[in-house]
Design a binder for this molecule. Structure first.
Ligand code: GDD
Length: 441
């Protein structure tokens, strides 16, 4: 894969958020024909071998809820063979057992392809109990099951991913209609995580387009309706901390498809529902945005007006990076990468669904300790004008969970593997039947 230049922006304390990079070639020349991974123009070339190395250390989590199994099968077909798949399902079990159909699909897929995968149901009470006893009671509702929500499903996926001891986790929605897009997302995850030098890195996908049908014609809209609004307010927040008042650095505030090193993921506080994606970015800034050189008086605050230009058009700082050797300099890198394929997904969930997603993203921005008072007021006014809030009402707080890395993984593993009724693992024939994809940490 060949990506456009990775422009480092030393912006917010220890957080480097790079302007969007484009995929230039999905399948580029191998390292043999082009020995330097970074070209004179700054393009980054990631060989097939390098991609494969990262993929063999990557877990892909698919959160699903009553998608057509044929669509899920398409998603599975797009995930590179060496990635380990974890499906976290909140699908109905009666009157029609959609979860049973998903288990059967995954079993068949793994048997045919000889690959490994896991599946679990979000409403499994024993899984909930495992989380409760392992130190995350917040995840469990009064009815004794894990709260519904996409964010909650992703947290379950991250806890299981940690038990696999793999290094990377990526998230892909189950309602992706085009397997080739899924394949490109996973390759981009691997390419970005390879290109990132830090062991604490995140790659967020910016879709090339999110097509919609209008008046019988396919329109290749550049951005999703909720994303436009959430990105705009995210940028307003970041602009409070830079000299450029009009930067549009953030294009992936809502990125459903994204990946990160587990080293980073396990340290992040994660939000429930659809707040999860914007809150990941916010929490990175809240935790790592503090300046190490000039600590700000308010411990939570980023160094205001850091003084480094951060426009998407910024020119590379200094010469191209000569090598991609990893260095643990304490930096958290956030890469935003624009893919080539259009993102076709189930867009029939209605305006109310889009507005709810947007609200959940704006709520976490409103409540962040990074958001100055005046911006908070401006945001509340916007939400009132949109009729998402009554005059004078405060936006509701999202459910924010402690880092998954705080779990007692020994307790979690023991309870899950002994008691869970929905958790299933599928192994290739090359592994002994009694083998397990997860183990006590
Ligand atoms: N397990 C589980 N539990 N999965 C869920 C739940 C849940 O409670 N809620 C949603 N999902 C799954 C869906 O089944 C789907 O595969 C995926 O999460 C995305 O949910 P959608 O409801 O289809 O969201 P969307 O496609 O409209 O929005 C996507 O794009 C947004 C950005 O435009 C999502 O990825 C959002 O998170 C993202 O912000």
């Amino acid at each position: 894969m060949r990506l456009g230049p990775l422009i480092p922006c030393e912006l917010f304390g220890r957080v480097q958020i790079s302007p969007v990079q484009r995929v230039i070639e999905i399948d580029s020349a191998s390292n043999t024909r082009r020995p330097v991974p970074v070209t004179a123009s700054g393009d980054v070339i990631i060989s097939a071998d390098a991609l494969a190395t990262i993929q063999s250390q990557m877990v892909i989590v698919i959160a699903c809820m009553d998608e057509d199994v044929q669509v899920i099968e398409g998603v599975l077909s797009g995930i590179p063979h060496d990635c380990l798949v974890i499906i976290v399902s909140n699908s109905s079990r009666s009157p029609v057992d959609n979860y049973g159909a998903e288990v059967a699909l995954l079993e068949e897929f793994c048997a045919v392809t000889q690959r490994a995968a896991m599946i679990i149901h979000q409403k499994d009470p024993e899984a909930a109990e495992a989380f409760r006893q392992a130190g995350m009671p917040e995840l469990v509702s009064s009815s004794g099951t894990i709260h519904p929500g996409k964010g909650e499903a992703m947290i379950i996926g991250m806890a299981l991913a940690a038990l696999t001891k793999r290094k990377y986790i990526g998230y892909v929605d189950a309602d992706n209609f085009v397997p080739g897009s899924v394949n490109e997302y996973c390759r981009v995850f691997a390419a970005g995580l390879y290109a990132a030098k830090s062991p604490r890195a995140m790659v967020r996908i910016s879709w090339n387009s999110k097509p919609k049908v209008r008046d019988g014609r396919l329109c290749f809209d550049k951005r999703g309706r909720s994303s436009i609004v959430v990105n705009e307010w995210f940028n307003k927040l970041l602009n409070e901390y830079t000299d450029d008042p009009n930067s549009e650095l953030i294009v992936t505030g809502n990125a459903g498809e994204h990946a990160m090193t587990l080293e980073l993921g396990l340290k992040l506080r994660l939000a429930g529902g659809f707040a999860i994606e914007p809150y990941e970015l916010l929490n990175i800034l809240e935790q790592y945005g503090k300046s190490t050189s000039k600590p700000s008086p308010a411990a939570t605050m980023l160094p205001a007006k850091a003084g480094v230009p951060m426009t998407a058009q910024a020119t590379p700082v200094g010469p191209p990076v000569p090598s991609l050797a990893r260095s643990d300099s304490g930096i958290v890198q956030v890469l935003q990468i624009e893919t080539r394929n259009p993102h076709f997904h189930d867009s029939s969930k209605g305006e109310g669904h889009v507005r709810r997603m947007q609200m959940q993203g704006l709520n976490v921005l409103y409540h962040s300790p990074l958001t100055p008072k005046a911006l908070r007021a401006e945001l509340a006014k916007f939400m009132e004008d949109q009729e998402d809030l009554l005059s004078g009402e405060r936006p509701p707080c999202a459910q924010i969970y402690p880092p998954v890395g705080n779990l007692d993984f020994g307790v979690f593993f023991d309870l899950l593997t002994s008691n869970s009724t929905s958790f299933r693992q599928f192994l290739p024939e090359s592994m002994p039947m009694e083998a397990s994809l997860i183990s006590r940490l």
